[in-house]
Ligand binder design. Sequence first.
Ligand SMILES: NC(=O)c1ccc[n+]([C@@H]2O[C@H](COP(=O)([O-])OP(=O)(O)OC[C@H]3O[C@@H](n4cnc5c(N)ncnc54)[C@H](OP(=O)(O)O)[C@@H]3O)[C@@H](O)[C@H]2O)c1
Length: 342
Amino acid sequence: MLRCSVVGATSFTGNELIRILARHPHVKVGTLTTRSEERIRARDVVPTLGKANDLVIEKFDFRKVLRNSDVVFITLPHTLAMNIAGDFYKHDKIVIDLSADFRLRHAKIYEQWYGERHEQKKLLKFAVYGLPEIYREQIKHANLIANPGCYPTGAVLGLYPLLKNDLIQRDSIIIDSKSGASGAGRKLSMGTQFCEVDENFAAYKVNRHQHAPEMEPTLSEIAAEKINITFVPHLLPVNRGILSTIYVKRKSGVKKDKLAKAFQAFADAEPFVRFLGVDRFPALKNVQFTNFCDIGVSVDDKSNQVIVITAIDNLLKGASGQAIQNMNIRLGFAEEAGLLSL
Ligand SMILES: NC(=O)c1ccc[n+]([C@@H]2O[C@H](COP(=O)([O-])OP(=O)(O)OC[C@H]3O[C@@H](n4cnc5c(N)ncnc54)[C@H](OP(=O)(O)O)[C@@H]3O)[C@@H](O)[C@H]2O)c1
């Protein structure tokens, strides 16, 4: 069996990867790592592993991970991931990086949005953006997969059928997203402490969130034309899930039926996209702990306003579930392997 390691295994997304990999039918867990000197029993941080599970999370040792891995998942904060991901890639491992370090195609844009020098510029051209619904063919052959951000996943999937089928005005896209607090990771910060998040709801980084420059190139590629978006993220007082409400104007003459058919065809072709129908809308509860992206749509005949609502679990379809989906595609397994009954 192929072996999969997780570098940064104590992270929220790392815990989800352990949970899925431990039950995956075609792979086994290689090495799980932390910065800590102390060995951590994986079952203490991933209780669903059960009391007999003997996996441990141990101090990062490059050579050991190299020896024990065919695939390496990196779940480190951005800017820390790039060199480690680059080293494993150069040693012919399949690398799936959950950070933002290889998602943007141009180092200059990365440096502008993340405020740090990109130290693996030469590798950017080898990285494939790991959104299976759009880049499945490229993922099949990639050894460096840049797993998408959580907000871009929900937003791009909601827009894909509309742009691909040329159904909307392209200068009118507004993405209004709300995320649960696990989106910010395990580290403590002012804005994500319990007392700040609980009973609260607020927008942040309006017009300056780093996921906007990640969405625009993908949307532009789908539309075959430059797309600019307005993106407003919010923090919800829930643990997990992202609900995105997307406002666009339909092109004149485009009927409601045609819009619905485009979404239905997309969902029919994709194992992890569910179209709920016209005037039926997703809820976080229905996607939490799943790898699904649920989509609903409504059209106002008077204003031509189309409203698309998508929901995903940020830690699964927005991170670790999608990373496993990418691994399945890359290794030729069924795309759903390990991802149903989570
Ligand atoms: N959370 C989400 O919903 C989500 C979604 C999509 C993508 N991502 C991306 O996936 C990556 C992991 O996200 P996460 O939210 O799971 O992370 P997290 O919970 O904040 O954990 C990050 C891990 O990185 C390790 N680490 C190593 N050096 C570190 C340093 N100098 N500072 C802080 N941590 C350090 C820590 O493990 P030790 O302390 O044990 O060493 C920590 O457990 C990030 O790049 C994130 O942007 C996250």
